[in-house]
Design a protein around this ligand. Sequence first.
Ligand SMILES: *[C@@H]1O[C@H](CO)[C@@H](O)[C@H](O)[C@H]1NC(C)=O
Ligand SMILES: *[C@@H]1O[C@H](CO)[C@@H](O)[C@H](O)[C@H]1NC(C)=O
Ligand SMILES: *[C@@H]1O[C@H](CO)[C@@H](O)[C@H](O)[C@H]1NC(C)=O
Ligand SMILES: *[C@@H]1O[C@H](CO)[C@@H](O)[C@H](O)[C@H]1NC(C)=O
Ligand SMILES: *[C@@H]1O[C@H](CO)[C@@H](O)[C@H](O)[C@H]1NC(C)=O
Ligand SMILES: *[C@@H]1O[C@H](CO)[C@@H](O)[C@H](O)[C@H]1NC(C)=O
Ligand SMILES: *[C@@H]1O[C@H](CO)[C@@H](O)[C@H](O)[C@H]1NC(C)=O
Ligand SMILES: *[C@@H]1O[C@H](CO)[C@@H](O)[C@H](O)[C@H]1NC(C)=O
Ligand SMILES: *[C@@H]1O[C@H](CO)[C@@H](O)[C@H](O)[C@H]1NC(C)=O
Length: 845
Amino acid sequence: MNPAKLLLNTLLFFQFSQISTSIDTISLSQPIRDGNVIVSSRKFYALGFFSPGNSVKRYVGIWYNQISEQTLVWVANRDNPINGTFGVLSVNIKGNLELYESNQSTVPVWQANISDASTGNSVAQLLDSGNLVLVRNDTGETLWQSFDHPTDTLLPNMRLGWDKRTGFNRYLTAWKSPDDPGSGNFSFKMDLAEFAQVSLYKSDVKWWRAGSWTGQRLSGVPEMTRNFIFNITYMDNQDEVFVYYSLNNPSILSRMVVNETGFQQRFTWSTQDRRWIGFWTAPKEQCDYYGHCGPNSNCSPYHADEFECTCLPGFEPKYPKEWSLRDGSGGCKRKLGTSKCQKGEGFIKLTRVKVPDTSVAAHVDMNLGLKACEEKCLGNCSCVAYASAYAETNGGIGCLIYHGDLNDTRTYTNAGQDLFVRADAAELAAEAQKNSKSNRARKRRLALIIVAIVLGVLLLGLCYFFLWRRLDTRIGERKRQRRRELLFLNSSTRLSDREASTSAKRNKDTGNVDVTFFELSTVLAATDNFSTSNKLGQGGFGPVYKGKLATGQEIAVKRLSTTSGQGIEEFKNEVLLIAKLQHRNLVKLLGCCLEKDEKMLVYEFMPNKSLDYFIFDESRKQLLDWKKRFDIILGIARGVLYLHQDSRLRIIHRDLKASNILLDEEMNPRISDFGTARVFGGEEISTNTNRVVGTYGYMSPEYALGGLFSTKSDVFSFGVLLLEIITGKKNTGIFNDDSSNLIRYVWELWSDDKALEIVDSSMADSCPAPEALRCIQVGLLCVQDRTTDRPSMSTVVFMLSNETSVPSPKQPTFSVRKIEIDTDYSSTGTKSSVNEVTLTTFKAR
Ligand SMILES: *[C@@H]1O[C@H](CO)[C@@H](O)[C@H](O)[C@H]1NC(C)=O
Ligand SMILES: *[C@@H]1O[C@H](CO)[C@@H](O)[C@H](O)[C@H]1NC(C)=O
Ligand SMILES: *[C@@H]1O[C@H](CO)[C@@H](O)[C@H](O)[C@H]1NC(C)=O
Ligand SMILES: *[C@@H]1O[C@H](CO)[C@@H](O)[C@H](O)[C@H]1NC(C)=O
Ligand SMILES: *[C@@H]1O[C@H](CO)[C@@H](O)[C@H](O)[C@H]1NC(C)=O
Ligand SMILES: *[C@@H]1O[C@H](CO)[C@@H](O)[C@H](O)[C@H]1NC(C)=O
Ligand SMILES: *[C@@H]1O[C@H](CO)[C@@H](O)[C@H](O)[C@H]1NC(C)=O
Ligand SMILES: *[C@@H]1O[C@H](CO)[C@@H](O)[C@H](O)[C@H]1NC(C)=O
Ligand SMILES: *[C@@H]1O[C@H](CO)[C@@H](O)[C@H](O)[C@H]1NC(C)=O
């Protein structure tokens, strides 16, 4: 936090608190009544009486003292509300903390249970951690603390887990409703087992498994990482097993909640926006829900059209009929006739999975390595699978062995660990064959495609040449027209009852998303037959035209090149999916047009053109002051975060650049061209590609050089974009010196403590230095060489929207200087190539 501002805040609070209250304790002589609050010594938390939501009942609780939105973190009498406003909370003569309905009541509505309530002379104190502690005022011994009795919120340094000696369990229980903090149906607790795990329960039934400790995180929460904001600690010894997190910067407010409808959420307070920002939420997808695929199966959500459940090796669906109807909840049973504990057995490896439920029949031995683990499993006939226990500690330590059913396994794209499932000789042979077959098949398919393309092109060329010359053009035209009509009829019958006569709304099987299917004639009329005067630009996948519908609505039409290799049905599915992506920083898809050979996407029209039109133009850049530019940066970050994380699809944009950021009437940024990558060969998104698409200047080193892309390549592009917005300079072009580029320029000034000099002179006056510096630093973090060094988009949004300290970036070593590529991804593929890639190494100065 900005020190000056912190000081100011503190002063203000101090003055304010002088008049209201200045104590943080409750004692025999100092009870508190409804209307009073006590505030922790540094004013972080307050305790007092409150009524939640629309309720009139009174409760005693603890909330954040410094934010306007009353956010409860603990409630004392959650299941026993007080009716009137005469409640009294006090320490009684025996030293217990008790809550009474009024000063006339004799039976407390709530009390802190202390084992020895006859010690007398204790004091309850509200600490700056949000913990209410009851201590003996002679010995200072803690008799009771609210951190041991959590309600629905896990605060920093609050432990979730067991005291094995006493059998005492600390866990979260959701509220009943926003109006009723009473114990609800959902609870989040640690399962005490040989290898403990954390689960969200609905009543007594597992709802979602946050999973077991991997050395870095809980296996079911890929977003949970130790980083410069959070430090997560897991402790498992003979006395206790628990997990907690702490914040490296105590001025950040962060909490984890189990909400009334069964979601575990992590929030941090944004000082910029003055609201809680969700960091992650779980469960998120079907595969997260416990037992979605039943026992002995694996859930992998990343195949657009396939059933997400598959049986583990050696297993087959228990209820084939339900299974074929895509209901996997019955799970899988061992295949008939599989031999167990015979010669030739081995293991089949599943990668990137969340290991199965450990609560029933899992055993752990922290002293064994993976090899010894395999032997141990093989040597015991009832062992069905093994895995590394702490897979993310030093590349994996310990041995986790399963007996019985393998429950609740799922696959991740970017997290998870290896699981080795026992299989008999026949299964192993089948697996080996499948692998080599699919390899061979892939190769054969590729060869066939290439041959077909070559032949096709030759043949077409020949036919065209001869026919065109010989035949009467009128006859030819008629024939072609008939063929087109035939094709069209064929495809449009699949377009659900042919709504194409006019543009029609579709609601079927799409939830509440309307996708309009435009007639080709409508689009032609709107764009004046794709006249060049209406052409707005050339995007990665085809030209974009401006158009105006008969209703007067302005649209932008992206005319996709025809060779997407995608069938009409798949294309339609993709468009329906993309239409569901809705975020205020994304351009909205209005519909599509799918006729004859044409595939077009229709978007809302953005009147203010794109960002490059402003920031790189000497006069127009004056229109964007610091505040506006900062809002644009934050908006872009939120849009990208949505694509990466919050949408169902996990989209990597791959071509973030100033010209792909459009501006609406209020100059809010709207990312365009997202999802087009999906429409074209979406399956390539999860693998590496040997075809590099993107734009010179925005490409991350690993993508430009190795064709590897991930969300972190988008982070890199975002970093470049951010620096461009702040400097008003293009990453290419202005620097004539070939060995120089924007990143280097910014880095050099930044490391000389002259970073403010990079700020675009046209807005230097409107620019608050600390915010600009933070922004630049975030930009430099994003353009670091190693993907693991770059922050994730959620961290970027967090750093931008909070006055938090930001870690120091590493010096970028390489700059990809000169890559000439064909950015037209939609061409057949043979044309595109990386012609020249040059690396320069910065000399450390
Ligand atoms: C509050 O009022 C309700 C209904 O009027 C009653 O059932 C409940 O017992 C009262 N609570 C206490 C603590 O007296
Ligand atoms: C009880 O509370 C009432 C009103 O809040 C007050 O007038 C009265 O003095 C209190 N009695 C005692 C014994 O504190
Ligand atoms: C205190 O103990 C009593 C009896 O053991 C129990 O009914 C009550 O729920 C406990 N209260 C709290 C706040 O734990
Ligand atoms: C403890 O509290 C009692 C009553 O509140 C008080 O009389 C006594 O002086 C306190 N003792 C200490 C050591 O503070
Ligand atoms: C808890 O579950 C029960 C049974 O499923 C249901 O009747 C009740 O409404 C639920 N309570 C809340 C607060 O959702
Ligand atoms: C994280 O927490 C652990 C345990 O509290 C502590 O030992 C460690 O130093 C912390 N790490 C960082 C980076 O703060
Ligand atoms: C609980 O969290 C989910 C996911 O963030 C959200 O959709 C839902 O509205 C929340 N429920 C309540 C009652 O806040
Ligand atoms: C196999 O493992 C189970 C469960 O740990 C154990 O009860 C059994 O004794 C083991 N069998 C052998 C032969 O080691
Ligand atoms: C797996 O789930 C089934 C029910 O779905 C349950 O009966 C069984 O005990 C579970 N086994 C393990 C090892 O968790």
